[in-house]
Design a protein around this ligand. Structure first.
Ligand SMILES: [Zn+2]
Length: 382
């Protein structure tokens, strides 16, 4: 067989195989759950699936709604109607409309821009169909509001941005009693903001005010829009070793992790984007990696030195009230700490996977103590 003939035969074979094994719309996928997460400028609707599905979307103006005709799926949840209490939606309906056909209707209170994506299974998460509905006008107002805060700031006033880690689809680490990292860090964050804003020389903001997910890159952008002088990302550690406990603090490293444990932790925290289902906007990917590198490095160098200073102060303050996991701060490549012009640290408040630490993290007194320790550190830092 000549090479040309061989090629044709090969292509023919590939063709036959792809007909045989291409997945025709199967009825295999089960829709096992439906839920929603509301953020200040958008709402996310999530369907859990056992297999990927095919869908077509139709939007309608009056009444404002988005309809998805899903093929290759069967409802396997009792939830057929989800009431949503937010400024964007009233309810979400799921209906079986024939063999392997399901209709999803999202009833909107106002026009929203839809962004639909299928997520592959990741860790304990199944296939998911995610529908983000973004209120463009509200998104712009939120952003302008942050920039305005920067502009009206009196001279000498310090801006602190507190970032409660994880949220929404990404619960973070989970304790033996099912305490979720995303919940306890939000509580500590809210307590800290409250204390900080009683000081007339400071203004503090949260990146996330509720149970919804914000991509890691966007958290830094929010801090920059506020003109932050300091950025603190709040977390609770998790380990396979149930006896691991205590607080620790991390700074960014450009050259590599302090050690393997720091690298593993950074990988785990960076996973947040995959779990939360982050959609990276093209602008954040289009940056030329070489162009501004020198300038960025210079800025980063300075803010990193400031981060180290903060971290040392934090450890000094914390050892008075809580067990320290490590006596010094540690470094690794955390995406959330990559704001080159702002000193930023990541605090692991305690180990949620440790029974005793989990109990503490749930305690209002401990949350308050952690917030106060952070406040004292921030005060000394400035
Ligand atoms: Zn975390």
């Amino acid at each position: 067989m000549g090479p040309k003939l061989f090629k044709i035969a090969f292509l023919l074979l590939v063709g036959i195989f792809s007909i045989l094994f291409a997945s025709p719309p199967s009825f295999a996928a089960l829709i096992t759950d439906v839920r929603s997460w509301s953020a200040p400028d958008q709402v996310r609707v999530v369907l859990d699936l056992t297999e990927p599905v095919q869908y077509e979307s139709f939007s309608q103006q009056t009444p404002s709604q988005l309809r998805l005709e899903i093929r290759g799926a069967t409802l396997f949840t009792k939830k057929r109607e989800v009431e949503v209490d937010d400024p964007f939606l009233s309810k979400v309906n799921l209906t079986d409309v024939g063999p392997g056909k399901v209709r999803l209707v999202i009833h909107q209170k106002r026009p929203l821009r839809a962004n639909i994506l299928l997520l592959k299974p990741y860790l304990d998460k199944p296939h998911r169909l995610v529908i983000d509905l973004i209120d463009i006008a509200k998104e712009k107002i939120e952003q302008e509001e942050r920039i305005k805060q920067k502009e009206i700031r009196p001279k000498g006033m310090k801006t602190v941005v507190i970032d409660p880690g994880h949220g929404g689809e990404d619960p973070g680490a989970i304790g033996p009693r099912r305490t979720m990292e995303k919940d306890v860090v939000l509580k500590i964050g809210q307590k800290l903001i409250h204390i900080l804003n009683q000081n007339k020389e400071m203004k503090a903001f949260l990146t996330r005010k509720g149970d919804y997910f914000i991509p890691l890159e966007e958290r830094g952008r929010i801090a920059r829009e506020y003109g932050a002088d300091l950025f603190i990302s709040l977390h609770a550690d998790g380990s396979f070793n149930p006896s691991a406990r205590g607080s620790s603090i991390y700074c960014l490293s450009l050259s590599g992790a302090t050690d393997e444990a720091a690298k593993i932790l950074a990988d785990k925290e960076n996973m947040s984007n995959l779990l939360g289902g982050a959609v990276l906007r093209p602008a954040s990917l289009a940056k030329d990696p070489n162009l501004n590198q020198i300038l960025l490095d210079l800025m980063q160098n300075n803010s990193m030195k400031e981060s180290f200073r903060f971290a040392e102060l934090f450890l000094e303050e914390t050892k008075g009230f809580n067990h320290l996991k490590y006596p010094t701060y540690r470094q690794a490549n955390f995406i959330v700490l990559k704001a080159p012009d702002i000193p930023c640290v990541l605090v692991e408040t305690a180990f949620i996977t440790n029974k005793e630490d989990e109990r503490l993290l749930n305690q209002s007194e401990f949350q308050e103590k952690m917030a106060k320790t952070l406040y004292t550190t921030i005060n000394k830092f400035f």
